[in-house]
Design a binder for this molecule. Structure first.
Ligand SMILES: [Zn+2]
Length: 476
């Protein structure tokens, strides 16, 4: 029998607000354990939460970017459960009146356009972190992360493979990064995906029993977990068994999942409206104002770059993957640099250095620096090899290319007398090549030019060298 995989995602995205969702503690990453806590986020009795306005705005903007309906009245609910990383013994989340619902997002897959519906987006607080020292048999709790704002984005079961799930996550990441509300780094945990998966006979319209794989932290893990779980469920069904509704943990090394616990339903959490927070009313005008301020997202931008700057679709898409890169491109071109050169420097050397330095989104150099670098090459002051050296310094420290070239004495000489001198030396050392050229072997010229470049330690301008050399040879 043929089977079809059915996948729905629950994606947790950490918002990059300066302070936590219900108190004014810092959200900065990497601080000493338990130094960014207060009575509210440490869950002390009697401490009262106050909603961070930035979280609300970010949630509305995310909803608009995912074509959702924005609630006019939204409220928080209390999700009760005990876990040592959760100091209140409940999590403030949303169940009954989430901020956004009924949205969708479209994206391209290898097999055409795909539309995935969004069930809802809700705001909630993150839990703390536990560290287990198995040698000492001790566990430590760090509550710095408790109360960091999260958006949970819940899709309908509209994806049919791990590939589609990954394509969805990529598009989601792109949109949220363009909004600037989260950096969505899966490796660092600022975006985490739960995969809900079931299988069913191909052509069937009923859903099979689903399992949930929690906290996948890379695209590869999503792809592999989906493949492994599909296989596992099919094997159960083929042998006449039935799939159990449960939460499973995927082991990224072994590439297999193990059962963690029976899946809880909403009723197990004894949700009830959060009594410490009032309902929030969002004026229609506020939503419309935010809608009018939506950025141009990567797809539209890519199309415009092709149209306006005559770039190829691949180059344009690469430039528009990150908003900052796309903006740097446009700024540099507006200063007068040629679009194709700017695109080459950004998609070539820049991406290469980003990968090597592993600081994916910290572009330190400014448009005027890149413009100057391109101009130095165009004016024949530096060659491509030197340009790469200059670029690397500019990339790391935003150094001024003109100053750098001057200080390091990297400028190429176009001084014809100096070049003529070098030509004579090279002719004397290579009489055979000279006579080859005179006997009509054009290739000898390239060799001789190369010798002059070498004699000038690469600091003579090649076009001038060719011009001067031809004159010398013709004059005899
Ligand atoms: Zn706090």
């Amino acid at each position: 029998m043929e089977y079809e995989t059915v996948i729905g995602l629950e994606v947790h995205v950490e918002l990059n607000t300066k302070t936590k969702i219900f108190c004014s503690c810092s959200t900065a990453f990497g601080a000493k354990a338990n130094t960014q806590i207060c009575p509210v986020c440490a869950g002390l009795p009697g401490a009262l939460p106050v909603l961070n306005r930035q979280v609300l705005t970010a949630a509305v903007r995310a909803g608009l970017a995912l074509n959702c309906e924005i609630a006019e009245r939204t409220r928080f609910d209390r999700k009760n459960y005990f876990y040592p990383d959760n100091p209140q013994n409940y999590q403030i989340s949303q169940l009954y009146l989430p901020i956004c619902k009924k949205g969708y997002m479209e994206f391209d897959t290898g097999e055409g356009r795909k539309k995935v519906r969004i069930h809802d987006i809700h705001m909630e607080e993150d839990a703390g972190k536990l560290y287990h020292d198995s040698e000492k048999g001790v566990s430590y709790a760090d509550y710095n992360r408790a109360g960091v704002p999260l958006l949970e984005i819940v899709t309908e079961p509209d994806m049919r493979s791990g590939e589609e799930a990954v394509a969805f996550l990529e598009k989601l990441k792109s949109r949220l990064r363009y909004l600037g509300i989260s950096d969505c780094r899966m490796q660092e945990g600022s975006m985490r995906a739960d995969v809900n998966l079931s299988v069913r006979p191909a052509g069937s319209s009923e859903y099979g029993t689903r399992t949930e794989m929690k906290n996948l932290s890379s695209y590869t893990a999503v792809r592999e977990a989906a493949a492994a779980e599909t296989k596992r469920q099919i094997a159960i069904l083929e042998s006449g068994g039935s799939v159990m509704r449960e939460t499973r943990r995927f082991d990224e090394k072994k590439k297999e999942s193990t059962g963690m616990r029976g899946k809880e339903g909403a009723e197990d959490y004894r949700y009830f409206p959060e009594p410490d927070l009032k309902a929030v009313y969002i004026a229609k005008e506020t939503t419309e104002k935010l809608r009018a301020q939506m950025p141009e997202f990567s797809e539209e931008k890519t199309e415009r770059f092709c149209r306006e700057y005559g770039l190829g679709a691949k180059d344009a898409a690469l430039l528009c993957r990150e908003r900052k890169m796309a903006e740097l491109f446009e700024q540099t071109v507006s200063l007068g640099a040629e679009a194709k050169s700017v695109s080459n420097w950004l998609n070539g050397e820049t991406l290469k250095l980003m990968a090597e330095r592993e600081v994916a989104d910290e572009l330190r150099f400014t448009a005027d620096r890149l413009y100057k670098l391109i101009k130095l090459i165009k004016d024949g002051i530096i060659n491509n090899t030197t340009a790469k050296e200059v670029f690397e310094n500019m990339y790391d420290d935003n150094t001024d290319p003109e100053k750098y070239v001057e200080e390091k004495g990297l400028a190429q000489s176009s001084d014809e007398d100096e070049i003529r001198e070098l030509c004579m030396q090279v002719f004397n050392a290579n009489p055979d090549a000279v006579s080859d050229y005179r006997n009509g072997k054009g290739r000898a010229l390239g060799f001789l030019v190369g010798c002059v470049m070498k004699a000038g330690s690469g600091k003579v301008e090649p076009k001038t060298v060719t011009k001067v050399m031809k004159e010398c040879l013709e004059k005899g």
